[in-house]
Design a protein around this ligand. Structure first.
Ligand code: FES
Length: 164
């Protein structure tokens, strides 16, 4: 018996992936790979194991390497476990000019971790990201599915205090 059996995609994940597959020509199932990665990540604690990537490859009838390529290219996919709350702080030019460095120091100090790390209690992961596409409202961070714009350290504290 294999030590790491390929996990099965859940019925709910397969149904959601099928909904995306239906948007593309029948011989282009692999076009749904980004959606499939998001669905599986959402359902499995915010990250995607190699085994789940293999399951996606099998389901979409594409080579596993093609799934790995997509998953490693885009920063929204996590290939290691993350905290319950992932804070993606943009440090690109507009955000940097508008104070992302002080937000970063504030977060690192408050959470006791550096960029790229997860708190020991598994509550928070702090991640540096490139432009989130909301430069006019810099500085910006993404928590879960929500964007928080024109951030200040005080506003960040309010947001974090409001989390369970
Ligand atoms: S530079 Fe931060 S959102 Fe564009």
């Amino acid at each position: 018996m294999s030590e790491n059996p390929t996990p099965q995609l859940s019925a709910a994940a397969r149904a959601e992936i099928d909904r995306w597959v239906a948007k593309y020509p029948a011989d282009r199932k692999s076009s749904a790979v980004m959606a499939a990665l998001s669905v599986v990540q959402e359902e499995n604690g915010g990250w995607i194991s190699r085994e789940y990537m293999d399951a996606i490859a099998a389901y979409l009838e594409m080579p596993p390497i093609a799934v790995y390529e997509v998953a490693t290219f885009y920063s929204m996919y996590e290939l290691e476990p993350v905290g319950r709350h992932k804070i993606c702080l943009c440090t690109n030019i507009s955000c940097m000019l508008c104070g992302s460095e002080s937000l970063q120091s504030h977060l690192e100090q408050r959470l006791g971790i550096r960029m790229g790390e997860t708190t020991p209690d598994g509550r928070f992961t702090l991640k540096e990201v490139e432009c989130l596409g909301a430069c006019a409202h810099a500085p910006v961070a993404q928590l879960g599915h929500d964007y928080h714009e024109k951030l200040t350290p005080e506003r960040l504290d309010e947001i974090l205090d409001g989390l369970e």
